[in-house]
Design a protein around this ligand. Sequence first.
Ligand code: SF4
Ligand code: SF4
Length: 369
Amino acid sequence: MLLEGLEKFRKDIETCFGTSCNFCEKVCPVYQIQKRKTLTARGRNRIIIGILYDKLRPSTAMTQTVYQCTMCGACERWCALPDTAIFCNFREYLVNNGFENDFHKKNYENIIRYGNPYGDKNKYAWLQGQKSNEDSNTLFFAGCTYPLKSPDVLKLIIKLLGTDLKMMPNEPCCGSYFLRTGYKSIQMQLSEELLNYLEKENIKEIITACPGCYSTIKGSIDNSKLSSKVQVIHATERIAEKLEELTGKRNKKDKLLTKVTYHDPCHLGRLGGIFESPRKILKCCCEEVIEMEHNRYDANCCGVGGGVRASFQSLSEDIGKKRIEEARNTGADILTTACPFCELQFRSIGGMEVRNVFELLYRYVMNDE
Ligand code: SF4
Ligand code: SF4
């Protein structure tokens, strides 16, 4: 029954069963909406123990349970176990046993065919007019959501980063979607393709503005022979280093007259450890940055990740609405973030003006109120 991926976590799962401490429950955004214990990390680990002890068989009902998780990692903050890695393998186990989620299967086919889950042929259209510096050792990795959903933001990110960037004409998918929805072997093939390219082109650093690409590519590089040779950088980190150079001509009194609050994207913040560079950018260009009650490691999820938006839209929106409510409670005028997925989610739910960190900085640098 292809149990290796779960067997590898047997001790962890038995520990969960033994302690049943339930710390995971109170922070789980899915549990807070659904109020069903099977949808917490503990609930899922219980199902896995049933499989490992040959008491349960894969089923469609299991698919419903395992895919109602945004992979936000909030449970891992309170749990000693690698819960999201366990859930990735649980999803893979179900897929390998013929229990695929229809939405993810469709997105999977889109990525294979078009290089992105949206099934859009125009992933590379944004490259028109962009200059790739072929001699550079710094690769810019665009991902698919910025090019297809926010190409204008992507272009201004490039302007903020400067000209020393190499760009791939046929950039592959980073594999994040595959990794988190049960198709890990495909993510590993894509990762191999990218690692070979990095080695061949002697790339020393790779910059991306997408938190999903950032965490996936970093995970691949950290576990490869390139770990000491290639650095993975989020665009907010590089831009935060260049703030003085970028804003040198601007008067600090000319800051954007706006109060903002910042939403930490799960893959950049809690799972990527990057909290301060986006805040540094915002403090540089906005009148005031007000923190939400849950911020940094404790930030609440926007509800999009782990394929939840694709297959459980109403759950995803309910989680997103809670986060927008938290943002509104700060009294800020604008909800900002540094992730194209979170941005799209908040914009589509509505109730507050949403802006990308890069967009606000660009307005300030260009003196464009
Ligand atoms: S916090 Fe971890 S060990 Fe405790 S019940 Fe939740 S998943 Fe199990
Ligand atoms: S990763 Fe997030 S959504 Fe999934 S079980 Fe943990 S806290 Fe809940």
